[in-house]
Write a protein that binds this ligand. Structure first.
Ligand code: ATP
Length: 261
C-alpha cells in the first residue's frame, strides 16, 4: 500500500484547482522516467483519480534511449498499482551521435527527442495533456540557470500549450524536491537515480551549471529558510515595467521549449 503524504496530496490538489490542470474528460499521458519525481506524480494522479469529483484517464509512459535500459520493473510497479503503462523504445542514443547540434548539451538533445516521442504517442492515441514531474526546486534552478548563464528570465509554468496544441501540465510544480524524495524513501520504492538523463554520462556543461545553482540555492536557504516561499510568490508578482525594455520593444510571451534548461 502506497502512502502519499497529506502535504503532497494537498499541494497537488490545490495546484490542480488553481491552475485548471486536469479537468473532466481529460486524457493525460504522464512522462514516467522511474525517478522519484515522476514516480510521485503517477501516484498523486492515481490518488486524484480516486477522490476527485471529475473523471479523467491517465497512462504512464517511459521512453528508453536504446542504451540497454532495463525498465520492465516500472511496468510491474504500475501493474501492481492499477496504472496503465507503456514503454516506448527508441534509438535516441544512436541518433545523438550523428545529430547533436554543436554547443547543444546531450541532456537537452535527449530531452527534446524524448518530448517528441511523448507528443507523438499522445497525438496518435488521443491524449490531450502531457504531465511532467517537475517540482519547485526544478523551477527555481531553471530560472537561475537561465538568469546566470543564458541571459533570459524564464522558468517552468504549471501549464502551457505546446505548438502542436497539446497542453503540458506540471502538477508537482509547487512541491519541494525533498518531499518527493521522502515519498520514495518512506515507501521503500526502488527508483532510478537523478542521473536518469543519459546525457549526464557525457555532458560536462549543464550538470556543472545545475549543480552550482543547486548548491547556491541550498546555501541561501540555510541562511533564509523562507527563501523558496518568497521566490514562489515572486513568480506570480512580476513587475515587467521595472525591467530594461526599450520603448516599443516587444515582450516575449511565447514558450520556446528548447530554451528551457
Ligand atoms: N525516460 C523518460 N520517459 C518518460 N518521461 C520522462 C523520461 N525522463 C524524464 N521524463 C519526464 O520528464 C520530467 C523531467 O525530466 P528530468 O530528467 O528533468 O527529471 P528528473 O528531475 O530526473 O525527474 P524524475 O525523478 O521523474 O526522473 C520527469 O519528471 C518525467 O515526467
Amino acid at each position: 500500500m502506497i502512502e502519499l503524504s497529506k502535504k503532497i496530496s494537498t499541494i497537488v490538489g490545490k495546484t490542480n484547482a488553481e491552475y485548471g490542470l486536469i479537468k473532466e474528460g481529460d486524457r493525460v499521458l504522464v512522462g514516467f522516467s522511474g525517478g522519484k519525481d515522476s514516480l510521485t506524480l503517477i501516484h498523486a494522479l492515481n490518488r486524484i483519480k480516486k477522490v476527485a469529483p471529475f473523471n479523467f484517464d491517465f497512462k504512464a509512459v517511459t521512453v528508453t534511449y536504446g542504451m540497454g535500459e532495463q525498465v520492465q520493473f516500472l511496468s510491474n510497479h504500475c501493474a501492481e498499482h492499477g496504472i496503465e503503462h507503456e514503454i516506448i523504445d527508441t534509438q535516441i542514443f544512436e541518433l545523438a551521435g550523428e545529430k547533436i547540434r554543436k554547443n547543444s548539451s546531450f541532456c537537452s538533445f535527449f530531452s527534446r527527442m524524448r518530448r517528441g516521442y511523448i507528443y507523438t504517442a499522445a497525438q496518435e492515441q488521443g491524449y490531450n495533456k502531457i504531465a511532467l514531474g517537475h517540482h519547485l526546486d526544478d523551477a527555481m534552478e531553471s530560472f537561475f540557470m537561465n538568469f546566470f548563464y543564458n541571459g533570459t528570465m524564464r522558468t517552468m509554468p504549471p501549464k502551457y500549450t505546446a505548438e502542436n496544441g497539446l497542453e503540458v501540465i506540471r502538477p508537482l510544480i509547487f512541491c519541494r524536491e525533498r518531499q518527493l524524495r521522502a515519498f520514495a524513501d518512506s515507501n521503500e520504492i526502488n527508483v532510478i537515480g537523478d542521473e536518469a538523463c543519459p546525457g549526464l554520462r557525457f555532458d560536462v556543461k549543464m550538470p556543472h551549471a545545475r549543480a552550482s545553482t543547486k548548491d547556491l540555492l541550498a546555501k541561501l536557504e540555510e541562511e533564509n529558510p523562507k527563501i523558496f516561499v518568497s521566490m514562489k510568490a515572486a513568480f506570480s508578482n512580476i513587475q515587467l515595467s521595472t525591467f530594461f525594455y526599450k520603448e516599443n520593444e516587444e515582450i516575449i510571451e511565447s514558450i520556446e521549449e528548447d530554451n528551457i534548461v
